[in-house]
Design a protein around this ligand. Structure first.
Ligand SMILES: [Zn+2]
Length: 473
């Protein structure tokens, strides 16, 4: 079994092979912090966090970067409207955003770079683009000349003529070409600005992701992700900037773009006024329900928003917890030795694991993976119905572990065995060790065992899979 991802350029599924063995460098475009995030904003954060969790589950060591855009036109306009500084606005909504993603059980990124804290790397990249004649200066602003980059349009698969045709002609600026875009904007009165070789100004939006990904990852990395609306022009411009500056192509090995959240077939957006705040849904239904709803469709396909669908997810989640509660309650009266039927059921658990992996290996097909989870719940219930109360502790533990294992990937079911359950990262480490053992990478496997030992977790490799016990709490 191998992980496959969809390649837009090839129009088919391709094998996922990272640049470096077992390591994945992943960059996801983050929020512009001028407002609370709505459900549509939350989709990429949830789905790409799930991609990260699955990559870890598959044994990859993932470095995850998600930026915060804390300076741009929207930031400046909103700060002016509220009569506060851009910095005050950014601080307020960065904190709110971090709160929101935590409630959605999204792991914090390894690095959360902010544009205003990376002005130096931005200036260095813009200078390089000028030096290599990909960029030009007009009145203290610097523009990227798209006609100089031969591959412009390759990501969004458009030719130059289509792009020119679709570009808005900016009457204020005499750009060489309507599709040229600002790398550096000359300061206007009252706007935050930084010193640069071209006078005071601030960075354009696209350059921040190129400069910051290059600073932390170098000129090439494995996965770049974001909403489908970012493919053009944001990501197309990033490719043009990064590859022109470094001379290395491709700058990104795999692009993942998620579809919109729609309401009555229209994209949910602040400007259309049809938005539902993420925190309102989390308050009403809980973070796990919102996650389960979000993962109920394939990430590349548009997902309709309606509260009915969230209620459905909430009922689904309840069904899952009903089974795990039932199993937990039976632990106290469980027998010490598994019956032949118990052994058979435990042996069959691997089948669910295989189908779960097969689904997620298929371009992160979460709806299929969730279906496997529901099947497991249905079959476990049936087994319990038919077995009376003669169930072994082994069977209960293995089944609960499997629910936790799938839950750790999808970011749900954190309340199974709350007293003694493991944090997600440790659950995923246990899986990483199994992958390492499969590869016969004994040193990594021992290293993980030691790490888990230091957390008071002892592992026992049984014929039905690995069993963990917590020795301290
Ligand atoms: Zn970006």
């Amino acid at each position: 079994m191998s992980l496959k991802v969809y390649s837009g350029a090839k129009g088919e599924l391709v094998d996922f092979v990272p640049l470096e063995d077992n390591k994945v460098k992943m960059y996801v475009c983050g929020p512009t912090v001028y407002n609370y995030i709505h459900i549509g904003n939350a989709r990429p954060f949830i789905v790409f966090d799930t991609v990260r969790k699955y990559l870890k589950y598959r044994g990859y060591k993932v470095t995850y970067i998600q930026n915060i855009t804390d300076i741009d036109d929207k930031m400046i306009n909103k700060a002016n409207e509220l009569g506060i500084t851009v910095k005050e606005l950014a601080d307020k909504f960065s904190a709110a955003y971090l709160e929101d993603i935590k409630a959605l059980n999204i792991e914090t990124a390894d690095v959360i770079p902010k544009a205003t804290e990376h002005i130096e790397s931005i200036i260095t990249m813009v200078s390089k683009l000028i030096e290599k004649e990909y960029a030009y200066l007009i009145d203290g602003s610097v523009y990227y000349d798209v006609s100089k980059f031969a591959g412009y349009g390759k990501l969004s698969r458009q030719d130059m003529e289509e792009i020119q045709h679709g570009s808005r002609v900016d009457v204020d600026v005499e750009k060489r070409n309507p599709a040229d875009f600002a790398l550096w904007k000359a300061a206007k009165p009252g706007e935050p600005s930084w010193d640069s070789p071209w006078g005071k100004g601030r960075p354009g939006w696209h350059i921040e992701c190129s400069a910051m990904s290059a600073e932390y990852f170098g000129p090439q990395f494995d996965i770049h992700a974001g909403g489908i609306d970012l493919m053009f022009p944001h990501h197309e411009n990033e490719v043009a900037q990064s590859e022109a500056a470094s001379g290395v192509s491709p700058s990104v090995k795999y692009w993942l773009h998620n579809g919109f959240i729609t309401m009555d077939k229209e994209k949910m957006s602040k400007s259309l006024g049809n938005m539902v705040l993420c925190r309102d849904m989390v308050d009403k239904y809980g973070g796990e329900t919102v996650r389960l709803y979000m993962l109920s469709g394939h990430f590349r396909v548009p997902l309709n928003f309606s509260e009915d669908l969230i209620v459905q997810a909430s009922q689904g989640l309840k069904r899952l917890y009903n089974v795990t509660d039932r199993l937990e309650n039976m632990l106290e009266v469980a027998s010490a030795y598994p019956s032949d039927n118990d052994k058979k059921f435990m042996n069959s658990l691997q089948v669910y694991r295989d189908s779960f992996i097969e689904s997620m290996d298929n371009d992160f097909n979460t709806p299929q993976a969730i279906a496997v989870l529901y099947n497991l719940a249905k079959d476990a219930n049936m087994y319990l119905d038919n077995s009376g109360d003669k169930i072994s502790a082994d069977l209960i533990n293995h089944t609960l572990n499997l629910f936790s294992e799938f839950g750790a990937v999808l970011g749900i079911l954190r309340n199974i065995r709350k007293k003694e359950s493991l944090p997600e990262d440790l659950m995923l480490l246990i899986r990483e060790r199994e992958e390492a053992r499969r590869r016969k990478d004994w040193s990594r496997s021992d290293q993980i065992r030691d790490t888990l030992n230091s957390h008071g977790i002892r592992l026992n490799d049984t014929p039905y899979g690995v069993q963990w016990t917590k020795t301290v709490s």
